[in-house]
Design a protein. Sequence first.
Length: 190
Amino acid sequence: YQARTTRHLPPARLSARPPACPPALYSVMRLGKAAAWLGMISLGACAGIGDVLREPDVQLNRVVVRGVGLTGGTLDLVVGVYNPNSFDLRGTELRVGFDVEDSHVGDVEYRSEFAVQRGDTTTLTLPVRFEWAGVGSAVRTALGYGDIPYRMKGEVALQTPFGRRSVPFSRQGRVPLTRVGSGLTIPGTH
């Protein structure tokens, strides 16, 4: 039996700086590595932005008949834009097409900026001008009731912390219908 002696050497020490590297150049190299890591982390974070941004919810709250005449009238669509995110959104444009009883009543382009605070709802009033000749008799009848069946389709343009984004939406249902002025009569309903 022969005894074996194992010599334990201290672990190899990694040099913090390459042997022939001047201190100034080494600092620049370290800074470059740190910038590269930071860039890769940032790219990884940006890749998931679509998962972070939740689309706002656009709902029609009610329709107000503001004015009617022999040729047509104006409806105000009272729309709520809800922000489900943990950061504020800035709306830059809202486009809406509005139908009642399968007849297209009109389109609205709202081009004023509006803020939607995080976890809150912003209410917008969108005027829609229509002509009786362009809508069916079913629309005239529907405007005589206390609520109105509708279909609304459009797009909201947003400025987010991650850049500009357009979000399409589509809604349908029934909403309350109110009239401004007690003597307001819808032509063809009486």
